[in-house]
Design a protein around this ligand. Structure first.
Ligand SMILES: [Zn+2]
Length: 87
C-alpha cells in the first residue's frame, strides 16, 4: 500500500479545492526486462471514487487518472479522506 495524494481543484459541492489522501495498492510484478518493456509507456488508468466534501459534508463522485505499467499494476484504490495541510 502506498499513500498518494489527489488534488480536486473544483469541488462540485462548494467549488473550493480539496486535497485527498489515497491508499493505492499496486502489484509489483517481477519479471525479466525485455526491450519492449524498456520502451513501455505508462498506462493511464481511469478510476472513479466517491469523495466527501469537507465543507458541505456531502458526497460526490470524481474520476481521476493514475498511471501504472505492466510491472506495477494498480490493484485497488481507496479514498482515505482529506489530507492534512502539512501533507
Ligand atoms: Zn467541497
Amino acid at each position: 500500500m502506498a499513500t498518494e495524494y489527489l488534488d480536486i481543484p473544483n469541488c462540485p459541492k462548494c467549488t473550493d479545492g480539496h486535497r485527498y489522501k489515497l491508499e493505492v495498492d499496486r502489484a509489483l510484478v517481477i519479471k525479466m526486462l525485455t526491450m519492449s518493456d524498456m520502451s513501455e509507456r505508462p498506462r493511464q488508468v481511469r478510476i472513479t471514487r466517491l469523495f466527501t466534501c469537507p465543507t458541505k459534508n456531502k458526497e460526490f463522485e470524481a474520476r481521476f487518472i493514475l498511471t501504472d505499467t505492466s510491472s506495477n499494476r494498480i490493484n485497488n484504490v481507496k479514498v482515505v479522506g482529506i489530507a492534512d495541510d502539512n501533507e
